[in-house]
Design a protein around this ligand. Structure first.
Ligand code: HEM
Ligand code: MG
Length: 299
C-alpha cells in the first residue's frame, strides 16, 4: 500500500476555500471507550468536507498504550533570545475540517461538535478561509515553497518502518497580526521581512535576502538535507482580531522545532525572524495524525 492511500483523507488534497479548526480538551471522568465512540461519530463522511483527527501526546498515550510515534511530546512554551515567546495551549484532540464550500464545512463542524459535546470541551474554535491567490492577510502569498508530488509525501508522512508510519507530526499555532504596524513599512521593508517580493512572489536572492527574513529563518538544511514541511495555514478573523492559523505537517518533529528555534533567535547565529515584530503567537500545540489504517484500528 502506498503512503498516499493510507494517510487520512484530505491531507494531500489541494486546499479549498474554507477551513475550520477545533482543538478540544478531554473532559475529566470520560472513559476511553466513550471518547473513541464519539470520535468515530465525529469523523463520519460529510459530502464536500474533509474531517481529520489528530491527538495530543497525553491523549494518544492513554488511548493507545501499545505504541507511540517516537518524537511525540506536548508543546511547551518556547522563549526567544529575541524577547518574544510562543505560548502553549496544548490540549487532547485537534479536528481539521476543510473543503471548498463554507456550508459543507459548517455541516461537518456541527457534526464533530455534536458528536464530541459530552466528552470534550473546546479550547479553540476558529474558521479560516483561503484568501485571493492564497495570500496571507499581510498580502504575501503563503505556501509557495511547499514541497510537491513525492517530495510532499516524503516531507509529510512518517516513513515506513517507524512507529506511526503513514501518519504525521502536526503543529498548530494561532498568530495575531498587527497589520497597522506592518502597513507602516515601505514595500521594500515588508519584502525584507518576508524574504520574497510581494506582488510577483519571487524569493529574494543573495545579498538582497536578509538573514532575519522569515524565509531565511525557516528554509533550513541539515547535513545537506532540506528540512521541508508541508504547510496548510489559512487566514482567520474579523475586523479587530485577525491573523494566520498556522498548520503544518512533517515526517519528524525536529523539522518544525528547529524552524521555531530559528524564528526565536535561539540557534546561536544572532538572528531572529523579524516577522515576529508584526505578528504574535497566541497558541501552540503538537499533535500526531495517525494514518487512516491506524485510526480505524483505534476506533
Ligand atoms: C514561508 C507567512 C509562520 C514555516 C512563508 C512565506 C510566507 C509565510 C508569506 C513565503 C511563501 C511560502 O513559501 O510559503 C507566514 C506567516 C506566519 C508564518 C504570516 C505567522 C505569522 C510560520 C511558522 C513556521 C513557518 C511558525 C514554522 C514552524 C515556513 C516555511 C516556509 C515559510 C518552512 C518556506 C521557506 C522556504 O523554504 O522558502 N511563510 N509564516 N512559517 N514559512 Fe511561514
Ligand atoms: Mg529556498
Amino acid at each position: 500500500m502506498s503512503n498516499q492511500t493510507i494517510c487520512q483523507p484530505g491531507l494531500l488534497e489541494e486546499p479549498g476555500r474554507s477551513a475550520h479548526y477545533l482543538e478540544m480538551q478531554w473532559r475529566q471522568g470520560v472513559d476511553n471507550a466513550s471518547l473513541l465512540q464519539a470520535i468515530k461519530q465525529a469523523v463520519r463522511h460529510v459530502e464536500g468536507a474533509w474531517i481529520a483527527v489528530c491527538f495530543g501526546a497525553d491523549a494518544w498515550d492513554r488511548l493507545n498504550p501499545q505504541w507511540r510515534p517516537a518524537q511525540l511530546v506536548p508543546f511547551s512554551e518556547m522563549i526567544g533570545e529575541n524577547g518574544y515567546s510562543m505560548p502553549s495551549n496544548q490540549s487532547d484532540l485537534f479536528f481539521w475540517i476543510h473543503g471548498e464550500d463554507r456550508g459543507d464545512v459548517m455541516d461537518a463542524v456541527l457534526q464533530v461538535h455534536d458528536a464530541m459535546r459530552d466528552c470534550t470541551d473546546c479550547v479553540l474554535d476558529l474558521s479560516g478561509f483561503k484568501n485571493r491567490e492564497a495570500r496571507d492577510l499581510t498580502g504575501f502569498v503563503d505556501g509557495t515553497a511547499n514541497p510537491e508530488g513525492d517530495k510532499r509525501l516524503d516531507a509529510t508522512l512518517i516513513p515506513q518502518g517507524e512507529a506511526g508510519c503513514g501518519g504525521s507530526y502536526v503543529f498548530t499555532q494561532e498568530w495575531k497580526h498587527h497589520l497597522q504596524d506592518f502597513a507602516k513599512l515601505s514595500l521594500h521593508e515588508q519584502q525584507q521581512v518576508i524574504g520574497r517580493t510581494k506582488s510577483d512572489n519571487i524569493e529574494l536572492e543573495g545579498d538582497d535576502m536578509p538573514p532575519t527574513s522569515h524565509v531565511a529563518r525557516t528554509d533550513v538544511k541539515l547535513d545537506g538535507v532540506a528540512q521541508k514541511i508541508y504547510r496548510r495555514s489559512t487566514p482567520y478573523g474579523g475586523a479587530d482580531e485577525h491573523g494566520l492559523y498556522f498548520l503544518a505537517f512533517a515526517c519528524n518533529l525536529t523539522r518544525i522545532s528547529i524552524q521555531l528555534e530559528r524564528m526565536l533567535g535561539n540557534t546561536g547565529d544572532g538572528f531572529s525572524d523579524h516577522l515576529m515584530k508584526y505578528s504574535t503567537a497566541l497558541t501552540g500545540a503538537y499533535w500526531f495524525m495517525p494514518s487512516q489504517a491506524d485510526l480505524e484500528t483505534l476506533l
